[in-house]
Structures are given as structure tokens and as C-alpha cells.
Design a protein. Structure first.
Length: 272
């Protein structure tokens, strides 16, 4: 009985103690002096924010359609330390699967390396080039079809992107400008900390990488359709207009000036 009374006394004291240092510290972390006191870092805010991410029905469309639809959407990457990197997609390439001579899945061949291209739409296909760099694709409708993400316009977390780019380069170099951070498929993977560990991840389910809708989707007059980059001698497939980018955007990796002049001559003026 004495032991029971002691336990009851301890419980009563605990219930009457309204000060919990651990929770007080967390509250301070979530509050900025002089700012809106609403809990912008609470779990409820995170859930609400993630609920707007693009879902499977967005990715479940034909490859060319998805490559165009990606333009203007936002790629979000959450780093292990909690920082988020945001980038607007401004350039893509479509790889159509078995019939496409430039695709890793040409002839319908499925391997351990390209397995993600045959998985459900929205699956990441990350592969390595030159034994050093990585490129990131997203599967679409169609057997073995996927879209390469070529360039991003950095929106948030630029300092972290610079850190990651600097760490990925062997020799020290000058500070990268904003437009140099993600203007190429391997550069955007470096800037967003993407490597082979992201292969076969689901953009609709993953906690470290996802997409959210962009504002003001581009119109047809804002999109340049031209040939893909670096696919070598692939016959007619080297000439097909399967690369798409936002016209006039300085974060694009390679601009097709001739195609843009042709568009201007046809009266296709980009929206301001």
C-alpha cells in the first residue's frame, strides 16, 4: 500500500505540472519572433502542403503528352536535414519505348537497369552516365516509355543546390550562377541530390521527392518542340521533335534559335 500511495502521488504531481521543456523547445523552433504565430511548421501544415502534390492520374498519360505537361510543374526534393529544394520544370525529352531507337527500352527489351521504364506511370528511372553522372526520368503510359527531365528553374533552396553541386565536382571552381545550377539533366540531379538510390521510386508516394502543380501553365505558343540532345546516330529518331522547352526561359540547357525564329515567323509570340 505505501508503494501504491507513492505512485499515485507521483502521477498527481505529473498531471499538475504544465511545463514540458521538450515541447516548449519544439514550439520555439516552429515560431519566428515578430511573425505570424500560426504553426506553419506543424505536421498539419505539412500534410496540407503534400496533399496538393501531383497524383497518379497526372502521370498516367501518353509519353509526349506527359513531356509537355511537365513544363511549368514543380519538382520538390526534401533533403535529410529537412530543407526543401523546389525547381520549375522547363525542359524535357520524350522516349517512346520499344519503337524509339534512342530509348533504353528500344525493341521492348527489359533489363535490370531499365526496369523502372516498365513500371506504373510516375515511377522514377535514374541511370548513370560516364560512370559519374546521373539522369532522372519519369515513366508514362506506354510499355517502356519515359520522360527525361532535362532542366529546372531553381525556386527555393538555391544555397543548398550550390552546396550539392560543389560537393559533386572534384575541383573547386567559381560560384555557380542561378541559371547554371540545373540547366542540364546531370546538373539537376547533382543540385537535387539525386542518385541511383532514387531509381524505381514512386513520385506519388515518396517522402523525399514529389511534384506539385505549377502556377500559370504554359500555352502552346510558349512551348518549343525540337530534336533531342546527345542521342547520336539514331536515323529518323534523331530528327524527331521530342524535346520540349519553355520558350524564352534562360534556365533551358540548349536553345533552338532556328525553331524559335520559325515560330515567330508563324506569328507564335510567347506570352509575357
Amino acid at each position: 500500500m505505501p508503494r501504491k500511495r507513492k505512485l499515485l502521488a507521483q502521477l498527481s504531481a505529473l498531471q499538475s505540472n504544465t511545463s514540458f521543456p521538450q515541447f516548449d523547445a519544439l514550439e520555439k523552433l516552429n515560431t519566428t519572433p515578430g511573425a505570424d504565430p500560426s504553426p506553419k511548421s506543424s505536421k498539419y501544415f505539412v500534410i496540407e502542403k503534400k496533399s496538393s502534390q501531383l497524383q497518379e492520374d497526372f502521370f498516367n498519360q501518353p509519353c509526349v503528352s506527359l513531356a509537355k505537361s511537365f513544363l511549368g510543374q514543380i519538382l520538390v526534393r526534401k533533403l535529410p536535414d529537412g530543407r526543401e529544394l523546389w525547381g520549375r520544370i522547363v525542359e524535357t525529352e520524350a522516349y517512346l519505348g520499344g519503337e524509339d531507337e534512342a530509348s533504353h527500352s528500344k525493341g521492348g527489351k527489359q533489363t535490370q537497369r531499365n526496369a523502372a521504364m516498365f513500371m506504373k506511370p510516375g515511377t522514377l528511372y535514374v541511370y548513370q552516365i560516364y560512370g559519374i553522372y546521373f539522369c532522372m526520368n519519369v515513366s508514362s503510359q506506354g510499355e517502356g516509355a519515359a520522360v527525361l527531365l532535362r532542366s529546372l528553374e531553381p525556386l527555393q533552396g538555391l544555397d543548398a543546390m550550390r552546396e550539392l553541386r560543389r560537393a559533386s565536382r572534384k575541383a573547386p571552381s567559381r560560384l555557380l550562377k542561378d541559371w547554371q545550377l540545373c540547366n542540364g539533366p546531370s546538373k539537376l540531379c547533382q543540385a537535387f541530390g539525386i542518385d541511383k538510390a532514387f531509381d524505381q521510386r514512386d513520385l506519388t508516394q515518396d517522402a523525399d521527392i514529389w511534384m506539385v502543380p505549377g502556377q500559370d501553365p504554359p500555352g502552346e505558343q510558349d512551348v518549343v518542340a525540337t530534336t533531342r540532345i546527345g542521342i547520336g546516330n539514331r536515323g529518323e529518331w534523331a530528327q524527331k521533335p521530342l524535346r520540349f522547352y519553355l520558350r524564352g526561359n534562360r534556365f533551358v540547357s540548349v536553345v533552338d534559335k532556328k525553331m524559335e525564329r520559325d515560330m515567330a515567323a508563324r506569328g507564335h509570340s510567347p506570352c509575357s
